[in-house]
Design a binder for this molecule. Structure first.
Ligand SMILES: *Cc1c(COP(=O)(O)O)cnc(C)c1O
Length: 814
């Protein structure tokens, strides 16, 4: 599409000028970082008119606005993505070429804004892209962490965490908005006052600490439509007036306290993925951004409307997991205390404005705040939750008279804890899971009591990903090929059109082109691996890839045990033909997750042994890519032959990595878990490699206390061998203790955990068989090309555009 807003010569002049005004330099004197800044400011200038126009349009048309509330936005780099969505990428590349500047090198200067852990944060980012592209008015609401996800270094095979100072050089795309700052209060006590004139009871917070929440806006450019939405993330600053006042009163302590609170609150993103740690600072972060976002949203509404009772007609708050769930009580507080509404009025508005997305069924991920901590930090909000709970339990008792078991199971406040998921379900008008299987498990098991009481709230929204970033930007060769074959670019905003590629699965020439593109992308990744790992990998080998957060349930351990098994096979049967394979891993472990870090070390130890064994002729290579993040992910997906999606069935709510691989033509090797089920449904079972226990089987074993891994260990000599190799020093320079914990967790029960609770040994044989099928299938070049191409052709369902349209139609009703 030709972009009428883009003028090449003017753009070149802008860049040259920016170098001058920002750095007092001539273009040829500028370094790459300076060029990145100059180019980005020029791009921002091109965005800004549309940004202003979008705001004007929203003010004029007064649509319902979606507030997507999320602790995490894993945005990835902005420059390239903005250019793509402005439909100016190629023109800017040319313009810079003419100035002797390589756009790719400039893009590489941008730090990844890593304000998220993994799938949940990336989903939020994909949703913002789709909302803008579909032309809906939406804000992302979150936190401007000073330090995002840590940078991962591998030292001696171990993960080492380094701070991610992503704002070091400033961010050209952000805009500070001090005029929208809000005060946020913590702690203290609530004084109850009776107002004689109005007859109202007033609740006054006293002796609190407070910080100023200051928003920073980031443009979210829709594809080719001029829509520019806003990601609004909050920074914390000390409240200056208070500080002066305190100093004058000689209250040095108070002033320093305010300083410290402001500094710590947005200091760093918690690096836990699918795990609840219960830290006070985390609850402060949650309330901080939720309160600020809600206050501003209510202000915005009241600026152009006079009836607060209709707030839900113009604003809807989607809570990305339970992390922002304090929103329902905070909105009640604003309506009750600031707007003096009656309880029932406030409750009607809140329960028509808030909706909840569930992301996990794993017990260790459920947020349950200790009541003493919660009530001390948020005394007024806690009072409100008590009242919500009290009224809810009256309903439960009405519906299930005499059934105190139900009350126990469903209460929001119980066992000294605030159960955030229960609060979200009770106060939300919608509860959605993120893949069909996940939603069914929620309804049948985890949230069954709630589903029985309020079935109308429950719905499924299978996750999706944006093809703009994960195909156009990450894999331009394939993107161009798709456009050529379909004869249109419309797939960029309508991924269902990809089905038009199916016919090319039968076309020799098209298949060859498709595989040639895959090969080029593998060469690009091989170059990256050589530069970053010093390991030479053969782009003709099978690139078998598992990239995602490191977690026991995702079973990277199963993958590496299988690599150990293959290595044993090759050594034992050097005469047997073996198709060369490269196993590629990328994963960050939460800094405090000891076992996950042991698995990283094991992967690197196996890599060390296998990669340096000349006797196997390079048939097997293992690569651990350091610092897995959105920018290198884009390149990795494009180069993958095999997509490893091997979570213990029932544990992965959806997965979105699986969809990015599929889009890029990599068949899934996976369990029937999360969205894998729907991927197989779209592409056909014959175009995937499915193995392992079903979710029903897993849940059945769990109900009966697990299974006995010794049954397998004792009867399968291949399994026994690799498990024993964890403690015979093979991969630990003779140290028999280094991997003892991994050995134990596979075989021994503890008072806390069942033996092999993720069914690794149970699924091992079936996984190894599936891997054998992969090798066999890959040897058949035509067959493989067809399968890979069909994966790309059948991925239409998994665009986040489709997901967002479903949220719009079924939940938000925009
Ligand atoms: C998509 C994505 C994820 C999520 O991957 P899963 O395999 O679904 O867990 C995590 N991190 C990054 C950088 C991603 O792009």
């Amino acid at each position: 599409m030709y972009n009428p807003r883009f003028e090449k010569e003017a753009f070149k002049k802008d860049v040259t000028n920016n170098i001058k005004t920002l750095f007092r330099k001539e273009l040829h004197e500028a370094n790459l970082q300076e060029l990145y800044q100059a180019v980005s400011y020029a791009v921002k200038e091109a965005i800004i008119d549309d940004w202003i126009e979008t705001q004007k349009k929203i003010d004029k048309e007064d649509p319902k606005i979606v507030y997507y509330m999320s602790m995490e936005f894993l945005m990835g780099r902005a420059l390239g993505n903005n250019l793509i969505n402005m439909t100016a990428y190629k023109e800017v590349k040319e313009a810079l070429d003419e100035l002797g500047i390589d756009l790719n090198m400039v893009e590489d200067q941008e730090p990844d804004p890593a304000l998220g852990n993994g799938g949940l944060g990336r989903l939020a980012a994909c949703f913002l892209d789709s909302l803008a592209t579909l032309g809906y008015a939406a804000y992302g609401c979150g936190i401007r962490y000073r330090y995002g996800m840590f940078k991962q270094k591998i030292k001696d095979g171990y993960q080492v965490e380094k701070p991610d100072n992503w704002l070091k050089y400033g961010n050209p795309f952000e805009l500070r908005r001090p005029e929208y700052a809000k005060e946020i209060r913590f702690g203290g006590n609530i004084r109850v006052e009776y107002d004689d004139t109005t007859g109202k009871t007033l609740f006054k917070q006293e002796n609190y600490e407070s910080v100023l929440a200051v928003p920073y806006d980031y443009p979210i450019v829709g594809y080719g439509n001029g829509q520019v939405n806003t990601l609004r993330i909050w920074d914390a600053e000390p409240i200056v007036d208070f500080q002066l006042e305190s100093f004058e009163r000689g209250d040095y302590h108070k002033a320093v306290e305010q300083q410290n609170l402001a500094k710590t609150i947005v200091e760093v993103l918690y690096p836990n993925d699918n795990h609840y740690a219960g830290k006070e600072l985390r609850l402060k972060q949650q309330y901080f951004f939720v309160s600020a976002s809600l206050q501003l949203a209510v202000d915005k509404y009241m600026k152009s409307h006079d009836d607060i009772h209709k707030l839900y007609e113009k604003a809807t708050f989607q809570m990305n997991d339970t992390h922002p769930t304090v929103a329902v009580a905070e909105l009640m507080r604003i309506l009750l205390d600031d707007y003096q509404l009656e309880w029932n009025e406030a409750w009607e508005i809140t329960t028509k404005a808030c909706a909840y997305t569930n992301h996990t069924i794993m017990a260790e991920a459920l947020e349950k705040w200790p009541i003493d901590l919660f009530s001390r930090l948020l005394p007024r909000v806690y009072q409100i939750i008590q009242e919500i709970d009290r009224r809810f339990l009256i309903k439960v008792r009405e519906m299930y008279p005499g059934n105190e078991e139900k009350v126990k199971k469903m209460a929001i406040l119980r066992d000294g804890q605030v159960k955030m998921a229960h609060l979200a379900i009770v106060a939300g008008y919608s509860v959605n899971g993120v893949a069909r299987l996940h939603t069914e498990i929620l309804k049948k098991r985890e949230l069954r009591d709630f589903y029985e009481m309020m079935p109308e709230k429950f719905n499924n929204k299978t996750n999706g990903i944006t093809q703009r970033r994960f195909l156009m930007h990450g894999n331009p060769l394939l993107a161009d090929w798709v456009t050529e074959k379909l004869g249109t670019k419309d797939w960029i905003t309508d991924l269902s059109l990809m089905s038009g590629l199916k016919k090319y699965a039968e076309d020799d020439v098209a298949r060859a082109e498709f595989m040639e593109i895959k090969f080029k992308n593998k060469e690009r990744l091989a170059k990256y691996i050589l530069e970053h790992n010093g390991i030479e990998v053969d782009p003709r080998s099978i690139f078998d890839v598992q990239v995602k957060r490191l977690h026991e349930y995702k079973r990277q351990l199963l993958n590496i045990l299988h690599v150990m098994y293959l290595y044993n096979q090759i050594k034992q049967h050097p005469e047997k033909s073996f198709y060369p394979r490269t196993f590629i891993f990328g994963a960050k472990a939460s800094a405090g997750y000891v076992r996950a870090k042991e698995i990283i070390k094991l992967i690197n130890s196996v890599a060390e042994v296998v990669n340096n064994d000349r006797s196997i002729n390079g048939k097997l290579k293992v690569v651990f890519i350091e610092d897995y993040r959105v920018s290198n992910a884009e390149m990795i997906f494009a180069a993958a032959d095999v997509s490893e999606q091997i979570s213990t069935a029932s544990k992965e709510a959806s997965g979105t990595g699986n969809m990015k691989f599929m889009l890029n033509g990599a068949p899934t090797l996976g369990t029937m878990d999360g969205a894998n089920v729907e991927i197989v449904e779209e592409v056909g079972r014959e175009n995937a490699f499915i193995f392992g226990l079903s979710s029903d089987e897993v849940m059945n074993y769990e109900k009966h206390g697990g299974y006995d891994p010794y049954e397998i260990y004792n009867n399968d000599p291949d399994v026994r061998r690799v498990v024993d190799q964890l403690v015979d020093g093979t991969y630990a320079d003779g140290d028999t203790e280094r991997y003892r914990d991994l050995y134990n967790c596979l075989l021994k029960s503890t008072p806390y955990d069942k033996a092999d609770m993720y069914f690794i040994l149970k699924d091992f044989r079936s996984y190894a068989d599936a891997q054998e099928q992969v090798e066999k299938a890959y040897r058949n070049k035509d067959g493989w090309a067809k399968m890979a191409l069909l994966n790309t052709a059948c991925c239409g369902k998994f665009s986040s555009d489709r997901t967002i349209q479903e949220y719009v139609d079924d939940i938000w009703k925009l």
